[in-house]
Design a protein around this ligand. Structure first.
Ligand code: 0RA
Length: 658
């Protein structure tokens, strides 16, 4: 133990730095919910990945321990332990306790400045009840321990090891005083580890959950991005083998894999320093320009399209395209609403030049693949022209014109989008209740009849013929696809309100698929929400309670002293018993809402629509790869993967926290 008096003024300053992190954790890790919690692990793993990118590490292991703490270990060089010349303390202690100290050493490798990543392990340390670090280096084993960021003694040598055995082992227990939940989810962590393994093909990442059953997974993809694209296209029909382009241009490593399928949507994932850039940026636009130019030049040169007859647009060249772009940028500038848009202008030309050259070469060398791609893009252009005709026709009938809002839309009276919201509601009867229950000042209601079209399987011209989709497009008023302009959206919140049953969940997924594929910016800018209607109403005398799930229902019943044990049977959710009616136990009546339509306007307002009392789930793209996978699997052609997916992920589909 270190006595208090041994701390120098410097140490106190250091702890002040970490205290700032504890005071405003959200500034460093985004939020203190489950998402922020999982960022802690990502942050530690990022350091190991940096070590791998520098060429010193090829194995990373993540373990969720029995006590709920997490261990991340790697076989890198090990954090240096010698005395830091300026700080006069062990470098290990500096890395663990000084904000942003990680990059002060020789680690100028693609560290990320800004955003949620790259804040440094010291932030994780500050937000941990305790943390323990073991370093293997120079044939010795070193150890240091911390509580809420403060070292509990100096770095100690605790043993010997083989000279060539090096690495870092970090174990931390997230602080319950900071986080709203400290329960790590295996699937959330595993998903990120899989993504990292695809993006860094030399690394093997293992993840294990010691809490129950020891679920584990090992990720290593020799093919890197090529395997990533294959994985994304697992339930699509590809037109050729993935194309891989790689190189270093102006000191920027660029890697791209792409594959066309018979789908109608485009699906491009872009990464900068392993971070998904949901809002795109210069690397993405460089890629798009290069793709359009390379394919167009090839097609014209080889007379696959007749110049002047049919002009293919960038959008045509991306129909059915699945691609992953990964660049490493020394000093990335992140911009945009969610700081996930790359701003560095030099990266645009680096990516554009490199991809154009290498893709052109590929096309020359693989004429049969080139022909298939050009044919696909030509069909896309033809469908686009047909769609435009249909759209013009529809516009003449005023169906898609903003000036002519859909007939069944009950619009709100104020027009400032920032303060307006639209509820897209399943069914006319729920729509009716919502119209009566709403605050018409700022809440608009659009009822939908039945199911909307599955856009994953339809061509754009068919999509534009669908009445429900037309109504949504004109109500939101910001266009669609490449023409979509998020700044024109007439509402700041788009809230999907469907029944809490299988049909409702299907309709919600169809709606989300449509928005994801054709109005994606609504999701990346956080404008899409899912309403959370209650499942039960419980009444005792004049008192009324709403329960949003079975657990809440049981808790309320317990409070009302309806015996839990005996009640179990009696309050069963078995449809036969409760469907459509009330059930009474000891003067307490419980009704299960079968659908939104069963709620009267007042109840609907109170439970689901009043901003003061409702909860709405924001739809986020935590992982674009996962989102694509979910929509493709749920909505694509293959039935079998869909069934398996729904069985495994029912709970996620319900939350759709993609
Ligand atoms: C600072 C300098 C060096 C390595 C590291 C930090 C390092 C940090 C972490 C965090 C997790 N695993 C890590 N591995 C390494 C360079 C060391 C040298 O020059 O030998």
């Amino acid at each position: 133990m270190v006595k208090k008096s041994e701390y120098s003024a410097k140490n106190i300053n250091v702890l002040k730095g970490l205290e700032a992190v504890r005071k405003r954790p959200a500034m460093y890790i985004g939020d203190v919910s489950s998402r922020g919690l999982h960022h802690l692990v990502n942050e530690v793993v990022d350091n190991s990945i940096d070590e791998a990118l520098a060429g010193y590490c090829d194995r990373i292991e993540v373990i969720i321990n029995k006590d709920g703490s997490v261990t991340v270990n790697d076989n890198g060089r090990g954090i240096p332990v010698d005395i830091h010349p300026i700080e006069k303390r062990s470098a290990l202690e500096v890395v663990m306790t000084v904000l942003h100290a990680g990059g002060k050493f020789d680690k100028a490798t693609y560290k990320v400045s800004g955003g949620l990543h790259g804040v440094g392990v010291s932030v994780v340390n500050a937000l941990s009840e305790w943390m323990k670090v073991v370093v293997k280096r120079d044939g010795k084993v070193y150890f240091q321990e911390y509580r809420r960021g403060a070292p509990q003694g100096n770095v100690k040598e605790i043993g010997k090891t083989k000279k060539n055995e090096t690495g870092t082992f970090i174990t931390f227990m997230p602080d319950k005083e900071i986080f709203t939940t400290t329960e790590f989810k295996f699937d959330t962590l595993a998903q990120r580890m899989r993504e990292l393994a695809y993006l860094n093909k030399t690394i093997t990442i293992k993840i294990r959950d010691e809490r129950n059953g020891g679920e584990e997974a090992t990720y290593h993809f020799k093919g890197g991005l090529v395997e990533f694209v294959k994985y994304l296209n697992e339930s699509r029909t590809p037109l050729h083998k993935p194309i891989y382009v790689e190189g270093i241009k102006d000191n920027t490593p660029v890697e791209v894999a792409l594959q066309y399928t018979d789908n109608y949507t485009e699906n491009i994932l872009s990464y900068v320093n392993n971070i998904n850039t949901a809002e795109g940026g210069t690397h993405l636009s460089g890629f798009k320009t290069a793709l359009t130019r390379a394919l167009n030049n090839y097609a014209i040169k080889n007379k696959l399209i007749k110049e002047g007859k049919l002009t293919l647009t960038g959008e045509d060249f991306r129909e059915g395209l699945t691609a992953v772009i990964s660049v490493k940028v020394a000093e990335p500038q992140f911009e945009g609403q969610t700081k996930t848009k790359l701003g560095n202008s030099e990266i645009r030309s680096a990516v554009e030049i490199l991809v154009f050259e290498k893709l052109s070469d590929f096309l020359e060398e693989n004429p049969s693949v080139a022909k298939k791609i050009i044919e696909k893009c030509t069909r896309a252009a033809e469908a686009r022209l047909a769609a435009r005709k249909a759209r013009d026709l529809a516009r003449r009938k005023n169906a898609l014109d903003n000036m002519n809002l859909p007939g069944k839309l009950a619009d709100c009276s104020i027009s400032d989008p920032e303060h307006c919201e639209i509820y897209i509601v399943e069914g006319d009867s729920a729509g009716g209740s919502a119209k009566q229950g709403r605050d018409r000042q700022f809440q608009a209601i659009l009822p939908l009849k039945g199911k909307i079209l599955n856009v994953e399987k339809a061509k754009i011209n068919k999509i534009l013929e669908n009445n429900e989709i037309k109504a949504i497009i004109s109500a939101i008023g910001a266009g669609i696809g490449a023409d979509f302009d998020e700044s024109k959206a007439r509402y700041g919140k788009i809230i999907l309100m469907t029944d809490a049953d299988i049909d409702g969940s299907h309709i919600r997924t169809l709606l989300l698929t449509f928005i994801y594929r054709y109005m994606k910016d609504l999701i990346t800018t956080g404008k899409v929400y899912i309403a959370q209607p209650p499942l039960y109403r419980i009444k005792k005398g004049k008192e009324e309670f709403y329960a949003f799930n079975d657990k809440e229902r049981d808790e309320i019943l317990k409070r009302l002293k309806v015996n839990g044990k005996k009640g179990k049977e009696e309050i069963s959710t078995d449809k036969e018993e409760i469907d459509g009616g009330e059930e009474k136990i000891k003067g307490v009546s419980i009704s299960r809402y079968k659908g939104l339509g069963e709620m009267n306007p007042e109840q609907l307002w109170q439970t689901t629509m009043n901003p003061e009392t409702r909860t709405v789930l924001q739809v986020t793209i935590e992982s674009a790869a996962a989102a694509d996978k979910i929509f493709e699997t749920l909505m694509g052609d293959d039935v079998e993967p869909r069934r398996a997916f729904i069985e495994k992920n029912a709970k996620y589909v319900r939350n759709l926290d993609v």
